[in-house]
Write a protein that binds this ligand. Structure first.
Ligand SMILES: Nc1ncnc2c1ncn2[C@@H]1O[C@H](COP(=O)(O)OP(=O)(O)OP(=O)(O)O)[C@@H](O)[C@H]1O
Ligand SMILES: Nc1ncnc2c1ncn2[C@@H]1O[C@H](COP(=O)(O)OP(=O)(O)OP(=O)(O)O)[C@@H](O)[C@H]1O
Ligand SMILES: [Mg+2]
Ligand SMILES: [Mg+2]
Lengths: 257, 257
């Protein structure tokens, strides 16, 4: 089971949109996927129609000894399960800090799933912060997928998360976490600013950047208001098709082992 | 001196863009403004050309006993000063938690400025998280200004921050903090989803919602890439004009005392 953290401490760059749509596209393509919502705001959960009540998130597993199994919910997609988020998760930022092994607690908790081989991919939707939740996701992940907006502050955010990834890898916390890829989101080809930012990222990161940009499309926010994935709400739309292609490229880049 | 926290735990909704452009518009209108960048990512600082080195943020004042005075920098705007942010601020999330009065430390630190009457407004740019920095800003503020995007996840975020404001007020942490207003950002009138979200917010919050929406405009990200405020970069553009009007309405809503 490969663990992918979808992370970027910059806000509103499409982490959740990518988590929802990559997980559903992969599931429909036949991969067995578990989506872990690690953002106390629970956008990925509500965007898929799995808004959680207290007690349903990973909180009591991370800070107590509740079993992981009780938090995994099936979804209307045959190959997709979800562990939803709830406000209680915010408590981890304070409580986990106090325990000795706080950065690797999530990794420990997910270990049994790796052995079970029940899922092919575990995608983690991270909150826009540099706190314990996001760092734990990086400490547990095999790969880091970075969505980013094609805008100036996006470049600053990218430099920051790549730097954080380096630190996690070189500090020994998680030596094997790779950069899975960089995904340009909310792309609007008509603006030269947007094109210039994409060119700069491609120049600096070459093949790490997905060759398909996710176009800006109102269908994205609309689909979320109906708690649907793009492939349900607007299957032939440009954003839906782009995520489908991203899922195909993602699968083609995986180790066949 | 009135302290305004510009906050919304949802990411990428225009907090920093509002901090930069409201502060500069108010300064040019004659108000004496201090902009406090409380986001370790420092977008407001770099967006105005005041990228900070280690030691220049509020960090050592909040966690140690460095004097506040040494962190206030003048800017090219006569009436605008800034306390920039730097990555070191992220340390507050861990270190402040450990001290007894952690939620009111920021308020204590800002107290002398209130007495000095050196500034008319202190605007605080908050990070997109529910951590210590954002909560401290709410505990120190006289008013809370909430920028939000006209999208579904934006509605969820609004409900959340309004709820947090209630808790801060009713818990006694800061009984007098008011809701200064709600500002709709990145408005695109051509999409019915956007219009529907704005209508819903206006229906629920009436006059608390600014009557002017900030329109989506590529000039915003462009201005930030040149480290300029909109009123310098694109003074006659629609986003610049909208922020100018917001500043006028903001001033007209202040107590004449
Ligand atoms: N391709 C797109 N076209 C148009 N809107 C989009 C697109 N991708 C995302 N959005 C919208 O932009 C907003 C931010 O996206 P999203 O919530 O996925 O970002 P995020 O990085 O998860 O945010 P946060 O940092 O708050 O977790 C949402 O309202 C979403 O609907
Ligand atoms: N009116 C607008 N039109 C077009 N782009 C905008 C507008 N307002 C903000 N943006 C862009 O959207 C992105 C997010 O805005 P901004 O950084 O101000 O949000 P934020 O709430 O401060 O984000 P964070 O949660 O990461 O602190 C930036 O790249 C900014 O340039
Ligand atoms: Mg999100
Ligand atoms: Mg910001």
């Amino acid at each position: 089971m490969k663990i992918i953290a979808i992370a970027n401490q910059k806000g509103g760059v499409g982490k959740t949109t990518t988590a929802i749509n990559l997980s559903t596209c992969l599931a429909v393509a036949g991969a067995r996927v578990l989506l872990l919502d690690l953002d106390p705001q629970g956008n990925a959960s509500s965007g898929l129609g799995h808004r959680a009540a207290e007690g349903q998130s990973l909180y009591s597993v991370l800070t107590g000894d509740d079993p992981l199994e009780g938090k995994i919910q099936t979804t209307r997609f045959e190959n997709l399960s979800i562990i939803p988020a709830q406000m209680e998760l915010a408590g981890c930022e304070v409580e986990l800090v106090r325990s000795a092994n706080h950065l690797v607690r999530l990794r420990e908790v997910l270990e049994p799933l790796k052995r079970e081989r029940r899922f092919d991919y575990l995608l983690i939707d991270c909150p826009p912060s540099l706190g314990i939740l996001m760092t734990s996701a990086l400490a547990a992940a095999d790969g880091l997928l970075i969505p980013m907006q094609c805008e100036y502050f996006g470049l600053e955010g990218l430099a920051r998360i790549v730097d954080i990834h380096d630190q996690i890898a070189t500090s020994g916390i998680n030596p094997s976490v790779t950069l899975e890829g960089i995904l340009m989101t909310m792309y609007d080809g008509r603006t030269s600013h947007c094109r210039a930012v994409v060119e700069e990222v491609r120049r600096a990161f070459a093949d790490l950047v997905y060759p398909i940009n996710i176009p800006r499309s109102i269908a994205v926010a609309e689909s979320q208001s109906f708690e649907k994935a793009l492939l349900e709400y607007d299957p032939h739309g440009k954003a839906s098709q782009a995520y489908k292609q991203i899922a195909e490229i993602f699968l083609s880049r995986q180790d066949p082992t």
